[in-house]
Design a protein around this ligand. Structure first.
Ligand SMILES: [Zn+2]
Length: 218
């Protein structure tokens, strides 16, 4: 049995009861541990989780190969298409054929919503009427950990970064939020409802996870 971990990791001790490990998108491994657990047990725990940790590290490296330019801020997605991102105080702001131009990164929401918001909401309306569901109102906000939200009054708000995603993922999020007008939870009944509209639900969900870094960016 090895007495050292195969990985560098950050250790956070607290008054919790169990050991846990997480891998962040930039491949930082964090172990959360109760105060009393000895180092040797933490290493045993990490070695037992080796396969899971390696799978996550590999997945993140793969994503960085595919999305590296976007993650670095040199490029940006417009409906799934990768174009240059120019942040420059001078010139016109907007979404052009080969680039997104903004004076300040804080202006991305305004630029995306004014260029693509109406067209996107038309698509949302047409999906809603096709499914026989209805939102009381639509809107955009900037969220860091979600793509959309449906409140108790059936007002649906999207993360404006949805406008960066390919259309098939936009459709998935629209359907997901619309189904919340029928069911507020993520119960099997809710999942069944989404599936009845989108049989390819699980493929789309997996793909959407790859794009979750976008919500934390900008
Ligand atoms: Zn939901």
């Amino acid at each position: 049995m090895s007495n050292s971990s195969a990985f560098d990791y950050k250790l956070i001790r607290s008054a919790r009861r169990t050991l846990s490990v997480s891998v962040s998108p930039d491949n930082v491994i964090t172990v959360r541990s109760p105060y009393s657990v000895p180092q040797a047990e933490i290493i045993r725990f990490l070695n037992a989780k080796k396969g899971w940790i390696e799978a996550n590290l590999n997945k993140n490296s793969l994503l960085r190969n595919v999305f590296g330019e976007v993650m670095s801020g040199r490029t940006i997605f417009v409906c799934g298409r990768e174009v240059c991102l120019c942040v420059d105080k001078a010139g016109i702001e907007g979404i052009f054929n080969g680039s997104v131009r903004v004076h300040d990164i804080k202006n991305l929401k305004k630029v995306y919503v004014s260029a693509l918001g109406d067209q996107f909401l038309k698509m949302a309306e047409s999906i809603a009427s096709r499914c026989g569901m209805r939102a009381a109102a639509w809107g955009f906000r900037s969220y860091r950990s979600r793509w959309g939200c449906c409140d108790g009054e059936n007002r649906i708000t999207f993360n404006y970064k949805i406008l960066m995603l390919p259309e098939r993922l936009q459709t998935y999020i629209i359907v997901h939020e619309l189904c919340h007008t029928r069911r507020r939870d993520h119960s099997p009944a809710f999942n069944g409802l989404v599936l009845s509209v989108l049989p390819q639900k699980s493929v789309l969900e997996r793909e959407l996870k790859d794009y979750s870094f976008l919500a934390r960016m900008y």
